[in-house]
Write a protein that binds this ligand. Structure first.
Ligand SMILES: Nc1ncnc2c1ncn2[C@@H]1O[C@H](COP(=O)(O)OP(=O)(O)O)[C@@H](O)[C@H]1O
Ligand SMILES: [Mg+2]
Length: 149
């Protein structure tokens, strides 16, 4: 299943995050693609907020992984620095874990990721307009159907 959505501002980005937050489950794998500044971290911040996480969520670029304990934990990864290496097996327990794994620059570690996952590729069309392509199979396809209306 694949859909492309256009959003026009931060408020619509937050609405999308709140819709997706309702469908999260333990083991949910969410890959985020798109250039620097497209909104991957911003989306994750809204997602965390709607998961009930009170902590400040900021970019894990230098640490690769940040853990937010919660009834449904959030494992926020930014694997930009793994571009050349392509994997980091220490991340395995978080990708295949009991929380939600959000992975910025997921395409860099594609070989570590499950075949069935949820992905969002964001393209900046202007300062605030974004085109978001969302893909997913299996259980994720049902969620994507729900997002399209
Ligand atoms: N509709 C939008 N969705 C997401 N971010 C937006 C939007 N409009 C403006 N922005 C701004 O774009 C920037 C995105 O940065 P960030 O989330 O750090 O991107 P990335 O993690 O992809 O590098 C932020 O400053 C954010 O406020
Ligand atoms: Mg980021």
């Amino acid at each position: 299943m694949e859909i492309t959505l256009k959003i026009h501002n931060l408020l619509e980005m937050e609405k999308l995050a709140s819709k997706i937050a309702k469908h999260l489950f333990p083991g949910f794998v969410l890959g985020m693609g798109g250039d620097l500044g497209s909104g991957k971290t911003t989306f994750t911040q809204y997602l965390a907020k709607h998961m009930g996480i009170k902590a400040v969520v900021n970019s894990p670029t230098f640490t690769i992984l940040k853990i937010y304990q919660n009834h449904l934990p959030l494992y926020h990864m930014d694997v930009y620095r793994l571009e050349k290496i392509g994997y980091d097996y220490e991340l395995d327990e978080f990708i295949y874990g009991d929380g939600v794994a959000v992975i910025e620059w997921y395409e860099y570690i594609k070989r570590m990721l499950p075949e069935t996952m949820f992905s969002m590729d964001i393209k900046a069309l202007s300062e605030t307009d974004r085109e978001i392509t969302i893909k997913g199979g299996g259980v994720y396809a049902e969620i994507i159907k729900d997002l399209s209306h």
